[in-house]
Structure formats: C-alpha cells, structure tokens
Design a protein around this ligand. Sequence first.
Ligand code: GDP
Ligand code: MG
Length: 436
Amino acid sequence: SLSVKLDRAFKTLKGQGQITEINIASTIKEIRRALVDADVNYKVAKDVTDKIREEALGRDVLISVSPGQLLTKIVSEELTTLMGETNVPISLEGNPNIILISGLQGSGKTTFTGKLANLMKKQGRTVLLAACDIYRPAAIDQLKVLGEQIGVEVYAEPENKDAVKIAKNAIKFAKDNGKKTLIIDTAGRLAVDEQMMNEISDLKEAVNPAETLFVVDSMTGQDAVNTAATFNERLNFDGVVLTKLDGDTRGGAALSIRKEVEKPIKYISTGEKMDAIDLFHPDRMASRILGMGDVVSLVERAQQNYDEEEARRINKKIRKNQFGFDDFLAQMEQMKKMGSMKDLLGMIPGMGKAIKDIDIDDDSLKPIEAIIKSMTPKERTQPEVLNGTRKQRIAKGSGTSIQEVNQLLKQFEQMRKMMKMMNKSGGKRALANMLG
Ligand code: GDP
Ligand code: MG
C-alpha cells in the first residue's frame, strides 16, 4: 500500500541520518578488521586507522554521504599513499636490458617470466628468456613450452649446472642475436636457505641486471613479508611482483611488504594464462584490500554530483533549526541525481544483502514530492501552520489522503528533532566522541 511505501521511503531517508551516526565508530573498527583480515600486519593496520581518524576530523562531511562512507574514501586514499601513489615502471636500461627474476619455488617465477616476455614483445621489444633453474630439468621444459606459446626464444643449456655461466652465455647470445631484453628465470627453494641466497646474489653480481624483481605468492600472507625482507637484505631488489591475486586473497601483503621493505610493487599476476599480468596500481589495490570498491565509487559519485554550495546552505539551515520542506525537497532532488535509491543503498557495506529482497521503488518518493509541492511557501518553511483545512487542500492537490499528509508531517517533525539533537551535541565534538 501507499502508506507502507511512504513509511519505507521515509525510513530510507532517515536511514541516511542513522547510518551517519552509527557507522563512524564501527567503520573505523570495520576498516581495521578488514585490513587485518586482508593480511595487513596489525601494527600497520593500527597506524593507518589512527591517521584516518585524524584526517576525518579535519574534513567537512557532506550531507549526501555518510561519514562512514567518507571515512572509507579517506582510508582508501591513505592506503594508496602508503603503497606509493603511482606505478613505478621497470628499468629498460642496458643492452641487452637484463631483468633478473628471484623468489621461492612455486611463487610463480617461471610463469611470470613468460608473461613479462609476452608483454614486452607486444610493446615491440625483442626478448630472450634464459633458463637458469639448474636443479629441475622440468623447469627448463616449462620455460620452453611458455616461450613457444608466446613466440619468444628461450636460451638453455640442459647439461650445464652453473647458473652464472649459463646467464653469461645468454647475455652473449642476446647481443649476437639483437635481443634488446633478456629475462633470467632462476631456481628457488621451498623456504629461504643460505645456498639459494648465495646463488641468487652471485648471479646478480655476475650479470649486473638493470632490474631485479622479487616474485611472491600473495596467498602466503604474513610469510610473504618475511620472505621479502630476507631476499631484500641479500639482493637489494628493485621491485616486487605479487602473484596469484586471482584467488580469494585480498592482497594485504602488498601493503605490509611495501611498508616493511620500502620497495615498489611493480606487477601483479592474476592467473596461469600468459595474459594474466597487470601493472600494479596502488589505488586499485587499496579498494581490493578494503573489499569496498563500490563504496569508494559511491562517495566519488556523491562528491561529483553534490553541489557544495547547496550542501553548505543546507548545513547552515540545519544548524539554525530552519530546515524546511523546501530543503527536504532539494535533498531528494540531490539524491535522485546520484542514482536509484536501491543502487545507492546497495553500495553501503552490509546493506547489499539486507535490501536485496526489499522493493525500494524510486516511485515511492513521488507522493512525498507531490505533497510538498502542494504546499504554499509559508507552509513549507513553517509546517506548524498546517491545520485541518490546509491539510485537506494539500491531500486533494497531491492526490493523496489526509492520513498520508499527517504521516509525512509526523516524520518530518521527527527528523527535525533529530537534527536539533545533533546540533546540540555539536558537530565535530560528536564525531570525535563517536570515533572514541
Ligand atoms: P616458480 O617455481 O616460482 O617458477 O613457479 P611457477 O611459475 O612454476 O608457478 C607455480 C604454480 O603456480 C604453477 O602451477 C603456476 O601455473 C601457478 N601460478 C603462477 N602464477 C599464478 C597466478 O597468478 N595465478 C594462479 N592461479 N596460478 C599461478
Ligand atoms: Mg620456475
């Protein structure tokens, strides 16, 4: 029925206010939990959320966006900053341009070697791959199969057990055959050990690569950070490759590694296929870590569409307890500009499921609009003047019933009361209290 719809629509509108209050404290907690769940180490997660609280208190909250959502946006920005803002490209110096691939066994080195070669080939560079995993004959075959698949030559010496010599011969082969880039695939162990570290650092010293990349499996969580730190101590690598991000891992390792070793993440790997490679984008990883990509875009949309002047005007009215039906109508218009009500609510964390089966029809706002539009300017700013005769006139003019008009008035009154209460508790101080 219409009155149920009215009620629901109003709850929705009021819901904005409630989300505003409740979500601030819980969002901070939620964000910290999300970070830890996503394998960000606890200290880093705490640093981040402390900073966010500071940042949040300095910002004006738009009416059309709940502080919870705005906080999420701030968090996302903070994480992005922590992870380095922009992508850092690999070095293309040297002739040949030598790229050394390091990491534990199973981290995805050989697969990544093929992907990177494929990418560079597409960019018009001539590439040679060197098979320097001397321990497993299967490793050479694996690289050869990938090379064939992408049409890139592979240099190998199956009988030779000296990785340094193979690498040096590969450099000569690259020079003789006009290959501009040489990517060296190496052997790894299942865990960090001294022999592996010696081998890879000898190799690095011998070939003097323009770029040394450390490949790490994002599914290994906290271990990934420790391994990265150990490799970095010995190799002083230039960049990190995060693999297996196609799984359900949230990628918090990216943040912890970046904080711990202070080296940029340059590529991510998202599958076994040769085209499953991407440049690392800190902003996208931030949304992934938060698992709230949609919220970020909601906030962006709101900020784009929301007229700041209008926001300030309405804020002022609320502060002076002068919020009237005209302002209410203006708010509804603003919300409509942002998209459908259900879409908007669905973007709020935890709300998607809750409203899936509820019918939030944008049409349900129409009677409210009609009622307000049937009021005179005086009635809109001073609803107190609405007596029986006036209500009758409005109901008739808007095609609704007197009950519906009464209901809207009652709910509007409640909303004004809530605003008064918020005013009394004082904007920023209230926010500070809620943040704890
Ligand atoms: P390496 O020992 O470091 O050379 O690791 P490999 O390149 O041989 O990869 C080990 C396993 O992980 C193989 O089965 C790969 O197909 C798989 N793999 C590598 N990268 C990815 C990735 O990004 N996503 C998924 N799902 N699997 C991957
Ligand atoms: Mg390998």
